[in-house]
Write a protein that binds this ligand. Structure first.
Ligand code: ADP
Ligand code: MG
Length: 233
């Protein structure tokens, strides 16, 4: 079943001679249970693609669907995003005045979950990713890699069906990066749809498919089963 679908999506910034084509005529779908890696040089439109897929940005033309919802017409986009989309940003935007556990439980509380229940779910998400012992620390008491794991736990809480990860392994050493990929793979196998931006072929190798972007267009799509991966870098 298709879970996220971009149909002939174009995103431009600016006007006239200064127009930047961040994404041009991209059609792409990812199904439930699918882990899709997005690769491509810096500036090729990877983050734009993820932002559009998660409803954080709107296309200049074309349509984006999550499940049966057309994001251009859905009534409460913020609620849909909170319930459905887990997003790991390139820069970790943890809230400094909240502990790790409070950061992770926040999306569930905003969604009306009882604090006790939200806290339990947060502890499970933190444990899944090996940082439950850091639950009561504040972001400035954590290392870069620890903060990244907390941000990932926040993206994973609440069984969200669409996970968008923009270079989630950036600040992590290889072993920790492998842990994150294993978790994303498990979530996909459990029925989530995962879009992963990565520069690393070793991480893209966990994906079912790899899409290569170049200058805002899909330059190539590779089915990873049995096909050796080539990086565009
Ligand atoms: P990537 O994530 O692959 O590095 P991005 O999606 O961030 O690429 O950016 C694609 C292109 O769109 C780049 O040329 C970038 O400079 C441009 N771009 C992205 N966001 C904006 C914006 N808000 N205003 C102007 N240009 C932008
Ligand atoms: Mg980017």
């Amino acid at each position: 079943m298709t879970h996220v679908r971009l149909s002939d999506v174009t995103r431009t910034h600016g006007e006239g001679a200064a127009t930047v084509h961040a994404l041009q005529h991209v059609t792409l779908e990812a199904g439930t249970g699918e882990l899709l890696a997005v690769m491509g040089p810096s500036g090729s439109g990877k983050s734009t693609l993820l932002n559009l897929a998660g409803g954080l940005d709107r296309p200049t033309s074309g349509t984006v669907h999550i499940g049966e919802h057309d994001l251009a017409t859905v009534r409460d986009l913020a609620a849909l995003r909170r319930r459905t989309v887990g997003y790991v940003f390139q820069d970790l935007n943890l809230i400094p005045s909240l502990t790790a556990a409070e950061n992770v439980m926040l999306p569930r509380e905003l969604d009306g979950a009882r604090p006790r229940r939200a806290r339990q779910e947060a502890m499970t998400a933190l444990a899944d990713i090996g940082v439950d012992h850091l639950a009561d620390r504040f972001p400035d008491e954590l290392s870069g890699g620890q903060r990244q794991r907390v941000a990932i736990a926040r993206a994973l809480i609440g069984e969200r069906r669409l996970l968008l990860a923009d270079e989630p392994t950036g600040a992590l050493d290889t072993g920790a990066g492998d842990d994150i990929l294993r978790i994303l793979r498990e979530r996909a196998d459990a029925g989530a749809t995962v879009l992963l931006v990565t520069h690393e072929p070793r991480y893209a190798a966990w994906a079912d498919r790899v899409v290569f972007l170049r200058d805002g267009r899909i330059a190539d799509t590779t089915d990873t089963t049995g096909t050796p991966l080539t990086s565009t870098r």
